[in-house]
Design a protein around this ligand. Structure first.
Ligand code: TRP
Ligand code: ZN
Length: 447
């Protein structure tokens, strides 16, 4: 959406400036993200009381203006109350409306600025277009915090579209009886007055839908296994089923590193929280969150996302098959490696869906809309697309494409068109017909 027209044009910033746009331009979620600036770092100081659900936050956000700004927006639901905003240390006027927090500030293009937002309230999750819950999801002992595709705005202000990646520090204070687990590396833990503050540093760029601050009664382990710093948090209710959970990561990461290139992040691990009603796991960066102890397939799926989705992130929600198709294909590869089922058998089983089935009516790279992001065609036909590509270009080129994708777009964003271009460049083959049939056309593609 475009903002107000520019009136006259005096020279200084903020006089000539116009408001940054209230959305990043994603057709599936038009108000997600904002225009006019680019964020580099979030420092989130959160204080949470699980019994009352009272959250107090101070978000210190470092950004750079990309236009002459008179105002800019952050995404934050208005069930949380903003108490003050400063920009570069000076108090700034602000308004809250729906999920848009608008801050008045005059900023010149290229200028780096620091915004501090103080806020509080009782956060609640949002309902996604597909009916699932997303965001700050309360559990019996804390929070199951999963934010794909739009939950981040339920607990902190930010530029919440996947194209604006940033590094993060989370400093989370909870009662001593609880643990706060976030992305990245646990860098300190300090207690006093019955409360403990956990500091987590996510040092590699991250899309905000991959952030998590999960809180609860957890058994926390922090060890280096197979060269990977592995930090796990397991709900004591599930501890009996989670024996060896930490040790299950390194073999999967080793295998995927051999196929996709080096593991992109400074630590790994997972959060196993007892949450029977959420119904989905999420590839939260460095540390996926699971509503139960994951199966081998689910563990492999979420770890594969660390390359495909987390390090290389789509440019828009419509391209979500670049996450789910790749992670599903990685499940097939891992099952083959373990001798459970060959990739070919997995493809054959998926392809056996009859041509008349509704499944084939959804092309994965054009799934329909925001309610269709996590439906089977995105996952299974997405994975079949990769297998069809492999059959066409051969194993050598195919695995060079996977590695090239992970390295070329490491820590960035990419599109389906980028994958086509890279695949053609690496293989030397023309692939537009194959991509079109598998990804964009309804109907069962011929073999
Ligand atoms: N990206 C998750 C995964 O496949 C799935 C997911 C995220 C999801 N949000 C969802 C599935 C909402 C269903 C509903 O690993
Ligand atoms: Zn997935």
């Amino acid at each position: 959406m475009l903002s107000l027209p520019l009136a006259s044009a005096p020279a200084s910033a903020g006089v000539a400036g116009t408001p940054g746009s209230p959305g990043a331009g994603d057709p599936y979620f038009p108000t997600q993200g904002n225009g006019g600036y680019d964020t580099q770092h979030y420092d989130l100081a959160l204080d949470y009381n699980p019994s009352s659900n009272a959250l107090q936050g101070a978000a210190t956000i470092t950004s750079r203006a990309t236009q002459d700004l008179s105002a800019f927006n952050l995404d934050l639901v208005d069930t949380l109350t903003v108490r003050s905003v400063t920009v570069n240390g000076a108090a700034a006027a602000f308004t809250q409306s729906g999920s848009e927090l608008t801050v008045t500030a005059a900023l010149a293009p290229g200028q780096t600025f620091t915004t501090v937002v103080r806020y509080d309230g009782k956060p609640t999750h949002v309902l996604d277009p597909d009916g699932s819950r997303d965001g700050w999801i309360r559990t019996s002992d804390g929070v199951y915090n999963a934010n794909e595709p739009q939950g981040a705005m339920t607990w902190y202000p930010g530029n919440h579209h996947m194209t604006d990646k940033a590094t993060y520090r989370f400093s989370v204070t909870v009662p001593d009886t609880r643990v706060a687990v976030a992305n990245g590396d646990l860098t300190s833990r300090s207690s006093g007055g019955g409360r403990t503050t956990y500091v987590w540093d996510a040092r590699q760029p991250m899309a905000s839908y991959l952030t998590t601050v999960s809180i609860g009664k957890f058994e926390l382990t922090d060890t280096t296994l197979g060269g990977y710093r592995t930090i796990t948090a397991v709900d004591p209710k599930l501890a009996g089923q989670a024996t060896g959970f930490a040790a299950r990561h390194a073999p999967v990461l080793d295998y995927f590193s051999s196929l996709f290139g080096p593991y992109p992040f400074s630590s790994t691990g997972g959060i196993v929280d007892h949450e029977p009603n959420v119904g989905y796991a999420l590839e939260t960066q460095t540390r996926p969150i699971y509503p139960r102890v994951p199966s081998d397939n689910l563990l492999a799926h979420e770890l594969a996302h660390q390359w495909f989705g987390d390090s290389v992130t789509p440019e828009r929600w419509q391209d979500i098959w670049l996450n789910e198709g790749f992670a599903t294909y990685a499940e097939w590869l891992w099952a083959d490696r373990r001798g459970v089922r060959t990739v070919q058998a997995a493809f054959d089983a998926a392809y056996a869906v009859p041509a008349g089935d509704a499944f084939w009516q959804t092309p994965p790279a054009d799934p329909g809309g925001p309610a269709d992001l996590f439906h089977d065609p995105v996952y299974d036909r997405g994975a079949m697309t990769l297998h069809a590509l492999r059959a066409k270009v051969g194993d050598t080129a195919f695995f060079a494409i996977l590695k090239g994708w992970a390295s070329t777009y490491r820590y960035g964003n990419a599109s389906t068109a980028d994958l086509l271009a890279l695949s053609e460049q690496i293989s030397g083959a023309r692939l537009d017909t194959l991509f079109d049939a598998w990804l964009f056309q309804p109907g069962k593609p011929a073999l």
